[in-house]
Design a protein. Sequence first.
Length: 375
Amino acid sequence: MPAMPSQVPFLDLHSQILPLRNDLDAAIRRVVDSCGFILGREVQDFEQEFAAYCGVDHAIGVDSGTSALLLILRALRIGPGDEVILPPNTFIATAESISLVGATPVFADVDLATQQLDPEKVEAALTARTRAVIAVHLFGRTAPLAALLALTRARGVHLLEDACQAHGARYQGRHVGGFGIAAAFSFYPGKNLGAFGDAGAILTRDAALAETLRQLRDHGQRAKYDHVLLGTNARLDSLQAAVLRVKLPHLDSWNAQRRRVASQYEALLRDSECLTPAPLAPFEDHVHHLYVVRHRRRSAVVHALRENGIGFGLHYPVPIHRTAAYAGLGLGPGSYPNAELLAGEILSLPMYPELTDTHIEQVCEVMTQAAFTSG
Ligand SMILES: *Cc1c(COP(=O)(O)O)cnc(C)c1O
């Protein structure tokens, strides 16, 4: 019997925090000493640094990626009677934000190879009620922005970016987040740039929209107790901003490490019978928030990974239109064939910048073995 190999976690946040521990502790101490816990200096500084990094004029720190999406839709006065187009294979928050403002989520199927929105399907889904299209940069791969921009401009609807999985990704050489009217980012701990709790940000080039978003996140206030809009509490707190300021300078090198992991997977999975991510066009980018492969006999592979102590995920096991939460839309099986096919075949392998060569080899060995034993 071969020795039981060590476990490979799906994600290991500890390995990222360890080398930054002193800087993180100092940043947290600075906030605690200042007792300025809400908005304030740290948040302003982070907003400026993140906006500068992405090359977009305005960043508005909020308390989650979900709030970011929600506030963008509210600021654009999208609501009842309006339709917003999105892919069915995204995290449910993309759809929830549309539903929570009272608008109707309208799905457009995705391209089977890239798993990103198919512009032709988006075009077919546009109606007189369409107000916006949400380009989700799923898994950290850029959505087909050129086609989506052309389409939305021609039809006079907004293009929004859900960049919650794509911090630092570039399209035609420019960072995502500045292509549409506004973009939503999440700093949930496991994202490519993650806080020590929930956090998010909105990017926009539109100064007036930025001002509205700043008011909306803080009870519609223009100044203290001068409530000019019906807002909410969706503020980014200073502790999270301080942590994010320590981490932001490392984002590019972490993304480079993710690309290293992805190319090693690509090479080592050649004999595994699984489909690795489709190659990128020269103007596209991938920051590999997740490394998602496809396998026709996924349950056998899942079994082998479990047996060998290898972490994995399914992103996402049920397309949004088939979830119980969205049963009310009445969209039966076959509504979005590509998204439905993908949901049954996708498998997310361990992916984080610190993933070691040994662990990658271990994962690929199990994947390759599974191909021979499950036939
Ligand atoms: C994480 C994520 C969100 C939501 O972000 P939260 O910070 O968890 O609210 C939205 N869309 C996508 C694609 C995500 O991955």
